[in-house]
Each structure stands twice: as structure tokens, then as C-alpha cells.
Design a binder for this molecule. Structure first.
Ligand SMILES: Cc1cc2nc3c(=O)[nH]c(=O)nc-3n(C[C@H](O)[C@H](O)[C@H](O)COP(=O)(O)OP(=O)(O)OC[C@H]3O[C@@H](n4cnc5c(N)ncnc54)[C@H](O)[C@@H]3O)c2cc1C
Length: 479
């Protein structure tokens, strides 16, 4: 084989006794050994492909328990995987071929809706879209909104945030119960607080598994609180006076719209330009040219329009109109239109970015008051030290989140220097988080090692060790 060709066969991590034992546990459909069948499980959403020793796809909690216990006893390392949409490189194996992918994609039962309780219970492999389809006839939904279709197990494991965090919060706020399989020699199954909104009868252990990225155990079933679907929605694209006006604009909307404010998403000019250039179905909504920065704002109400009550469109126009009239106010322009049309630009940003070149991406989270100052200092640093990169940032600014994406050089050393410089400024300069909502994985391991205090790393590793061996792609303690 020429040296540049990637290897397609993993080393002999699994012997014939291993494969026979695993196949006996999960059946022929549950064990994937051939390269073509493995490929989809080896390619992460945004990074280079890895290689799996095998893909094991149990179809029930009992099978997960049997597989996990066996792997631990045999010293076989594994990586849990849901829909493989994660952005921290935690759901795929590395290139060594030493790790098994433990896919939960066949765990699609139960899928039960309890409309009276306003909860739903799902197998870890149930997709968000399938859950929402089952909830729709009841007028309910799980309001965690993102540009991917993850599994409920993956969402619990990464504590997914999304565009409506401002109003509804993350997965942690919705998980009312979990069933997990511990990565120990027995494949112990724990059922943690199923479906109760209040439960102080025991320590809320389940919260360790929410956001644990598989380091503490494998989620096999999730019970979530769900919400009534909004019956009224209005959206607009707002143009703030400048970057410093974004926070005052948000504060004004929080004060005037109250809990009807459900999304407030920031979009930089460069990110919008790339979406408009690369997504053929997207029309440029700005007649006067693309502004330096824009915000997608959404208001919703759970009830139908009432007689004599101003519609949400009127409320939104009123709030924006008052702000536009203010001398030196935070708002200089506002576009109104059908809700889906307003959201199209925001939803196209990731695709536009992907199409525009190699990206160095950051999932940063700040105290909201620091967002503008960080952006200003980062832009000055980029212009001075990294003119070969273009900043295409956007994000859930209402919760302090920013996807700080830089498009440019493919040189690995240069990209690494840039990564350090941005993270040093964000984490050390502003006390930001290097992983606002995407969780842990190989993509952020170096940042974890560098910025998470040693005592926190030590305690996290010690807690994980209580449960078992953890995931092969997430290391909580020092190397
Ligand atoms: C276009 C796009 C937009 C996105 N937008 C957002 C966003 O707005 N907000 C946000 O928070 N995320 C976002 N994401 C990231 C991603 O969709 C979420 O992290 C998602 O919750 C991952 O779920 P998954 O089922 O795909 O998990 P995977 O990607 O398969 O796994 C993610 C991590 O969880 C672990 N894991 C998976 N399943 C289990 C399980 N059952 N038990 C234990 N561990 C498990 C894996 O080992 C891995 O560490 C986006 C991704 C894409 C591609």
C-alpha cells in the first residue's frame, strides 16, 4: 500500500472469540466489521475520519449491558455514539483502530408520550425529529432547536443547548429521568429518577450523566419534560447600531417582550455573506447591503390570538419601532416578514461556512457583558497577527454563546497557533468557556488539559473511576 493511503483494516484488537461473543449478544445485524459498513460511524461531523475495531449496535438495554460488561472484562475500549452529529470529536474513534464504536442507533424504543404529565420517555437512539413528530399530535414539543437531528441519548450526554436556550434552557433543564449502563465489569444498569419533577429522595446522580459525554456511563433511556407548541410566532432581523449596541438591544427586548422572547441570534456580516453566496435557495434580505452585524429575534406565545389583544407581529413591530425612534438608540434597521423566511438566513450560516473553506471553529461562552469587548480585542489581534484568516462568527448571543469561526490557512502549525491565541484571549482574558455547548471530545482535549484547573480534572477523573472505565474519546484526568 502506498504510504499516503489510509489503512482500512484495524489492527487485531478483536480476536475470533471476541467477535463470536459480541455477535452472540447483538445478533448479526448488531455487529459491523466490514470497512464500508463501519465508514458512517467513523467519520465525525467536522473532523478527519477515524477507524473502528468494530461497530457494535445493541438493540436493548440488556444488550448494552451485556456488551459493555464484556468489553470492560476483556479490556476492550469503546466510544458511545448516537447520531454522530457532535462537534467535539467525541463520538468517533481515533485513527488507531483500537476502539469499538458502541452505537445506540438501534435503541429506538420506547417512544412514549404522556400528554397529561407533559413528559416523554425515549430510547437513547430516538432522534429529536422522531420525538417531535410523536409529540406534535398532542400540541407538544421538545424546544431544543438546532441545525442537526441528534439522538436523545446524545443530547443528554452533551447537554445540548441550541437557539432557544434563552427561553427554555438546555437538556439539563429538561431531563427528568435517565437509565444508564455503567462502564463496569457487570454492565450495571441504573434507573435514575424517572419522570418526577421534584425528587430530593436521593442525590441527583443523573445530572452527572447529563453533559458527561459518555465519560460516566452510557445513556440508554431518557425522560424529558416537554412544552406546549407556540401558537403565535413573530420574527424579525434587526440591525444594531454597532457591536456595542447588541447587549442594550437584548436588554430592551428582555424588558419589553418578557418571556415571549425565545431567540436572539447574532450573525456577523462575513457569516451572512458566505451563506448568501453559497446557499442557492437563500435570497439576500437586505435591500441596502449586508450590515456589519444583524440579530434574528423571535417572539412566541403558547396561546391563540385573543380578541382585542395585539398580535405578536404588532408587538414586535411596536418594540422595534420604539427603539428605532430613540435618538442614539441601539437599533438602526429592522426587517419583518414570515417567520420561516426570517429564520432561513440564520439556519443557512453553518452550510455557508462549510462551503467557504477550511474552518478553525470555537464554541465559546462568555458572560454577556464581555461579548463585545472580546470581539473587539479578537478582531484587533486577528488583523495584526492572523490576516490570513477571516472571522465568520455567529451564535446564541443571548446566552453568551458565540461560534467564533475562522476561515483560512490549512497549515496545521498555523491553525494551532491561532487556536492557542484565541483561547488564551477568551479563557484567560475573559474567563470564557472553551466549550459552551458542544461538550468534550478529542477536538477540545488540549484546551481541557490547558484551562481546566488541575484539582477539577483530578476530582472529575476520580468520580468517573467510581462508575467504571469511561469512554475512549473523553479523558477527564491528566494524561
Ligand atoms: C449543523 C449542526 C448544528 C449544531 N448546533 C448545535 C447547537 O445549536 N447547540 C448544541 O448544543 N449542539 C449543536 N450541535 C452539536 C450536536 O448536534 C449536539 O452535540 C448533539 O446533541 C449530539 O447528539 P448525537 O446524538 O449526534 O451524539 P453524538 O455526536 O453521537 O455523540 C456526542 C457525544 O455524546 C456521547 N454519546 C452519544 N450518545 C451517548 C449515549 N447514549 N450515552 C452516553 N454518551 C453518548 C458520545 O460519545 C460523544 O461524546 C450541532 C451540530 C451540527 C452538525
Amino acid at each position: 500500500m502506498p504510504p499516503c493511503m489510509p489503512k482500512t483494516s484495524p489492527p487485531d484488537v478483536l480476536n475470533s472469540a471476541h467477535t463470536a461473543a459480541l455477535q452472540a449478544m447483538v445478533g448479526p445485524a448488531g455487529l459491523v466489521l466490514d470497512p464500508a459498513g463501519r465508514a458512517a460511524y467513523e467519520i465525525p461531523a467536522r473532523y478527519a475520519p477515524g477507524m473502528a475495531a468494530a461497530v457494535v449496535r445493541p438493540a436493548s438495554t440488556a444488550e448494552v449491558s451485556a456488551v459493555v460488561g464484556y468489553c470492560v472484562r476483556e479490556g476492550l475500549r469503546f466510544v458511545p455514539q448516537g447520531a454522530n452529529t457532535g462537534l467535539a470529536e467525541g463520538s468517533t474513534p481515533d485513527a488507531s483502530g483500537h476502539h469499538i464504536v458502541l452505537s445506540l442507533d438501534r435503541l429506538v424504543a420506547p417512544l412514549e408520550v404522556d400528554a397529561a404529565d407533559r413528559t416523554a420517555t425515549c430510547g437513547a437512539g430516538v432522534r429529536l425529529s422522531a420525538l417531535n413528530a410523536a409529540l406534535e399530535p398532542h400540541g407538544l414539543f421538545l424546544p431544543i432547536d438546532l441545525g442537526a437531528d441528534p439522538t436523545l441519548g446524545g443530547m443528554a450526554a452533551t447537554n445540548t443547548g441550541g437557539a432557544r436556550f434563552l427561553r427554555y434552557g438546555d437538556m439539563r433543564r429538561h431531563v427528568l429521568g435517565l437509565e444508564v449502563v455503567l462502564p463496569d465489569a457487570a454492565g450495571t444498569v441504573l434507573r435514575l429518577s424517572h419522570g418526577l419533577r421534584k425528587d430530593n429522595a436521593a442525590i441527583a446522580l443523573r445530572q452527572l450523566f447529563v453533559g458527561g459525554c459518555g465519560a460516566f456511563g452510557i445513556v440508554t433511556e431518557v425522560t424529558v419534560e416537554v412544552h406546549h407548541r407556540p401558537r403565535q410566532t413573530a420574527a424579525a432581523i434587526l440591525v444594531p447600531r454597532d457591536a456595542d449596541a447588541v447587549l442594550p438591544l437584548l436588554q430592551a427586548f428582555e424588558a419589553e417582550a418578557g418571556t415571549t422572547l425565545t431567540a436572539f441570534e447574532g450573525m456577523s456580516k462575513a457569516a451572512m455573506e458566505r451563506a448568501i453566496a453559497h446557499v442557492p435557495s437563500l435570497a439576500n434580505p437586505f435591500a441596502e447591503g449586508i450590515p456589519d452585524y444583524a440579530v434574528l429575534v423571535e417572539l412566541t406565545r403558547a396561546w391563540s390570538p385573543r380578541q382585542g389583544e395585539a398580535s405578536l407581529d404588532e408587538v414586535l413591530q411596536q418594540i422595534a419601532g420604539d427603539l428605532l425612534e430613540r435618538e442614539d438608540g441601539p437599533l438602526v434597521d429592522a426587517l419583518f416578514g414570515p417567520v420561516e423566511k426570517m429564520w432561513t438566513l440564520r439556519h443557512s450560516l453553518s452550510e455557508g461556512l462549510r462551503a467557504s473553506g477550511p474552518v478553525v471553529g470555537f464554541d465559546l461562552s462568555f458572560r454577556r457583558r464581555d461579548l463585545a469587548a472580546f470581539r473587539r480585542q479578537a478582531i484587533a489581534m486577528l488583523e495584526r497577527d492572523f490576516p490570513d484568516f477571516a472571522l465568520c462568527d455567529f451564535g446564541h448571543v443571548a446566552d453568551g454563546g458565540v461560534h467564533f469561526n475562522l476561515v483560512g490557512s490549512t497549515d496545521p502549525a498555523r491553525r494551532e497557533t491561532l487556536r492557542h491565541a484565541v483561547l488564551d484571549l477568551a479563557v484567560e482574558g475573559f474567563g470564557a468557556s472553551f466549550s459552551g455547548e458542544h461538550g468534550l471530545g478529542r477536538a477540545v482535549q488540549a484546551a481541557y488539559d490547558r484551562y481546566v484547573p488541575r484539582a477539577v480534572q483530578d476530582y472529575s477523573a476520580a468520580v468517573a473511576a467510581v462508575f467504571g472505565q469511561g469512554s475512549a474519546s473523553v479523558r477527564l484526568g491528566p494524561a
